[in-house]
Write a protein that binds this ligand. Structure first.
Ligand SMILES: [Zn+2]
Length: 289
C-alpha cells in the first residue's frame, strides 16, 4: 500500500524524490557560468565545479548515475575529476547526494556536509523525515556548522544553514572576480515545501515551519549578484543559457531575479503553512452540532 502510494505520488509530482529519475539525468554541454565557476550538472540537476590552483570543489554529485555524466563534463571542460579535492552538497536528498560515495571514490576528495544532513548522508538517506531513500552510505570527512567556511586555493565558500527542506539544507555563497569586478554568488539549497511535507504537527520534524522561516530570513539577507541553485529551474537556467555569449552581458548576473525568487518562494511557503494551519484547526474545532 505504502509503495503504491509512493509510486502514485512520484507519478504526479516531479519534485518528489523516490527513486532514480532518468529524465532528470540527461547530459547537457558543460559551460563556464562566471570566472572560475562552471556548470557540470545534468539537464535538471545542478552541479558546479569551482576551480582553484590547489584543486577543485564539486557541489552536488547528484544521483550515483549522474557521477559519470558529471565526470565527462568536467573532462570536456579540460579539468580532471581526480583534481576535485572537496565535495559539497545542497541537501541530503538522493538527487543531489546519492552520488557522494562514488564521486568520493573516483576523486579521492573530502566530503563536507552540514551537521543536520550528516546522518542522512552516512546512512544513505535512511532517516529522512519524509522519504524512504536507499543510496550508498558514505563517511563525511568534515561536519559543517552554520556559517562555516570551506577554503581551498584562494577560494572561500560559506555554508549557510537554510533548513526546512532538509534539516541540514545548505545555501552556498562565494565571491568571484571577472574583468576587475567582484560578484557575490549564491547557490540556493532549496526553499521548497515538497508535496506531502507536514508543516504543522510534524512528529518527525516538529520545528520544520520555524526552520523554513529562518531560511527565508537568511536568503533575504544574502547579497547576490550571480543567482544559482540546486536545480536550474530555480534560476531559469535554460532561458539564461540561451542568452549566454550573445553579447548582452552575463545572464546569470541577476540580483533582481534572486530577490523575486526568494519573495515568491516565501509567499508560497506562507500560503501552504496557512492552509495546513487552517485544516488542522478545522479538524480540532469542537463539534457545533
Ligand atoms: Zn530536495
Amino acid at each position: 500500500m505504502l509503495l503504491r502510494l509512493l509510486a502514485a505520488l512520484c507519478a504526479v509530482s516531479a519534485p518528489l524524490l523516490c527513486d532514480f529519475q532518468p529524465q532528470w539525468n540527461r547530459p547537457i554541454a558543460p559551460y563556464r557560468v562566471i570566472a572560475n565557476l562552471y556548470y557540470v550538472g545534468t539537464n535538471y540537476l545542478a552541479s558546479f565545479l569551482i576551480t582553484t590552483p590547489e584543486g577543485d570543489i564539486l557541489i552536488n554529485p547528484d544521483y550515483e548515475q549522474s557521477v559519470p555524466v558529471i565526470r565527462r563534463s568536467v573532462e570536456k571542460l579540460g579539468f580532471r575529476f581526480s583534481d576535485i579535492k572537496i565535495i559539497l552538497i545542497s541537501h541530503a536528498h538522493d538527487d543531489h547526494a546519492a552520488g557522494c560515495a562514488l564521486a568520493k571514490k573516483w576523486s579521492g576528495a573530502k566530503l563536507m556536509v552540514m551537521e543536520g544532513d550528516v546522518a542522512e548522508v552516512e546512512s544513505g538517506g535512511a532517516h529522512d523525515f519524509q522519504y524512504h531513500q536507499h543510496w550508498a552510505p558514505v563517511t563525511v570527512d568534515r561536519v559543517l556548522k552554520d556559517s562555516d567556511k570551506v577554503i581551498l586555493g584562494g577560494v572561500t565558500l560559506v555554508a549557510h544553514l537554510t533548513p526546512g527542506h532538509t534539516r541540514g539544507c545548505t545555501t552556498w555563497t562565494t565571491q568571484v572576480q571577472e574583468n576587475g569586478r567582484l560578484y557575490h554568488v549564491v547557490i540556493v539549497g532549496s526553499p521548497n515545501v515538497n508535496p506531502g511535507y507536514k508543516l504543522t504537527g510534524n512528529k518527525e520534524y516538529p520545528e520544520i515551519a520555524a526552520d523554513y522561516e529562518k531560511t527565508f530570513r537568511v536568503l533575504a539577507s544574502l547579497p547576490c549578484d550571480v543567482f544559482l541553485g540546486a536545480h536550474g529551474i530555480y534560476y531559469d537556467m535554460d532561458a539564461k543559457l540561451k542568452q549566454l555569449g550573445t553579447g548582452g552581458g552575463n545572464p546569470f548576473v541577476d540580483p533582481e531575479g534572486y530577490r523575486a525568487y526568494v519573495a515568491e518562494r516565501e509567499r508560497a511557503f506562507q500560503t501552504e503553512l496557512e492552509a495546513q494551519q487552517h485544516a488542522s484547526s478545522a479538524r480540532h474545532a469542537p463539534d457545533a452540532s
